[in-house]
Write a protein that binds this ligand. Structure first.
Ligand SMILES: Cc1cc2nc3c(=O)[nH]c(=O)nc-3n(C[C@H](O)[C@H](O)[C@H](O)COP(=O)(O)OP(=O)(O)OC[C@H]3O[C@@H](n4cnc5c(N)ncnc54)[C@H](O)[C@@H]3O)c2cc1C
Ligand code: SF4
Length: 413
């Protein structure tokens, strides 16, 4: 076993009441997988992990662990926490995923729409329980945001591909380049399948609603990140200054991608202060190291340019506590200033595309309404992940996909 790993494993105190568990949104038995790994029983450790997660090799790279498992490790009080994600990743990438021998032994067929973490997790549990699963996606390659959102330098795509290949071995059918609402409808699905799981994510970038937002070279982060992940740079040549608007993981990923692939001056414009940024601390620090400029307490109020954007007019904000969890940014009078920019990337938030959902009931903010069994207003149709929660986390979407699968199994039996 590697020296580095052994040293990390030795740091775990095997606590009687492990606090790390409280921070894990997947509910992984961290203490036990570390114990087994220490005894060099890697496959056993993996089997422990597999009880609670279907994406350990991915979550170990993208979870905000500094706030979750590691953030709750008791050793924070002594010096530094146990490096739990490193250990989880080692186990997940050094063991074998098992192919059960009961595949396709049930007669019911299930359709899953969306192949992001929620759809993939649901498909895996259903297939392992003998169900016949078709998974549809509008894109050419499965994975959702894992494939076309989170950049390669955060999440190695080889790991995502390995997961997809494993799911194919479980006899899950991937039906790509097919869009719900265009190539097929909810009614088509209801006629053909015994149950349906909607995992379409929250893929529509919210608008800023400021003047001249339709100028050329003002793009959505989704669009930009998809182009970057395909290394399709042709429409982004010769850009001196790029401004990214937002403070979440998407904004940081867009800024780091712009820096890496387009070699421009990149600024992140965020309306609150650094403390309120929802992005992972590790990623914020990475952006700082890459010389990305941060403009905190700043909001754009209009874009200026003839055909394409040349300047962005902004105002400064102050934060005001109004009884909510997060302080509200309020514009400071006469604080207007201009930023020179050749490209603006909008990464403020995402909505659900309700136009494809037929009569399924949704909240006014666009999320699909589900009951405690994850059923929508049509009982045969279940939903989970970002399309019911709004923009969330990989681990939460995955867990919702797993829970949906168990609820579908209950419903079908
Ligand atoms: C740039 C970016 C970076 C992020 N970084 C992190 C991170 O570091 N850590 C973290 O935990 N979370 C991160 N997140 C959040 C995380 O990726 C999401 O919460 C998670 O992917 C949601 O999973 P999902 O399966 O619900 O939806 P998605 O991953 O969005 O997958 C939805 C799938 O449905 C498909 N689809 C949508 N509409 C249709 C339709 N009409 N017909 C057919 N298919 C359709 C889409 O093509 C997509 O493949 C990030 C998000 C973004 C955008
Ligand atoms: S809290 Fe930290 S030290 Fe205790 S069992 Fe969990 S990882 Fe090990």
């Amino acid at each position: 076993m590697e020296k580095e790993l052994k040293a990390l494993l030795d740091e775990c105190l095997q606590c009687k009441n492990p606090t790390c568990l409280e921070g894990c949104l997947a509910n992984n038995n961290i203490k036990e997988f570390i114990r087994l790994c220490k005894e060099n029983k890697i496959q056993d450790a993996f089997n422990v992990l597999s009880k609670t997660t279907t994406l350990p090799s991915i979550c170990s790279l993208v979870c905000p662990s500094e706030k979750q498992c590691q953030g709750h490790c008791i050793k924070n009080k002594i010096n530094k926490p146990v490096n739990i994600p490193f250990i989880e990743h080692y186990i997940a990438t050094n063991s074998k995923e098992i192919i059960p021998d009961n595949l396709l032994n049930k007669k019911e067929k299930i359709a899953i729409i969306g192949s992001g973490p929620a759809g993939l997790a649901c498909a895996e549990i259903l297939a392992k329980n003998g169900y016949n699963v078709d998974i549809y996606d509008q894109y050419d390659i499965p994975g959702g945001i894992l494939t076309y959102g989170i950049p390669e330098f955060v999440l190695n795509k080889k790991i995502v591909n390995e997961k997809i290949n494993y799911l194919k071995k479980l006899k899950i059918n991937f039906l790509m380049n097919l869009k719900l609402g265009k190539d097929f409808s909810i009614d088509d699905l209801l006629n053909k399948y015994d149950a349906i799981f909607l995992a379409i994510g929250a893929c529509i970038n919210k608008k800023l609603n400021v003047p001249n937002e339709n100028l050329k070279n003002i793009v959505d982060a989704n669009y930009f990140l998809e182009k970057m992940s395909k290394h399709d740079f042709k429409e982004f040549n010769d850009l001196e200054n790029i401004a990214v608007i937002g403070g979440g993981n998407t904004a940081i990923d867009a800024a780091l991608s712009a820096k890496k692939y387009l070699n421009s001056n990149v600024s992140i414009v965020y309306r609150r202060s650094e403390k309120e940024m929802p992005a992972r601390i590790k990623e914020i620090n990475k952006a700082k190291n890459e010389q990305i400029n941060f403009l905190f307490l700043t909001s754009p109020i209009s874009f200026i340019g003839k055909d394409k954007v040349n300047y962005m007019e902004c105002v400064k904000n102050q934060l005001v506590l109004d009884g909510n969890n997060r302080p509200k940014p309020v514009e400071i009078e006469n604080s207007n200033f201009k930023i020179k920019t050749d490209l603006v990337i909008k990464a403020i938030s995402f909505e659900i595309d309700t136009s494809v959902l037929g009569n399924i009931l949704c909240y006014p903010w666009s999320g699909i309404i589900v009951n405690e069994n994850m059923q929508t207003s049509i009982p045969k149709i279940f939903a989970g992940g970002d399309c019911t929660l709004g923009p969330s986390l990989v681990v939460i979407a995955m867990k919702q996909g797993m829970n949906a699968a168990y609820n579908i199994i209950k419903y079908l039996s």
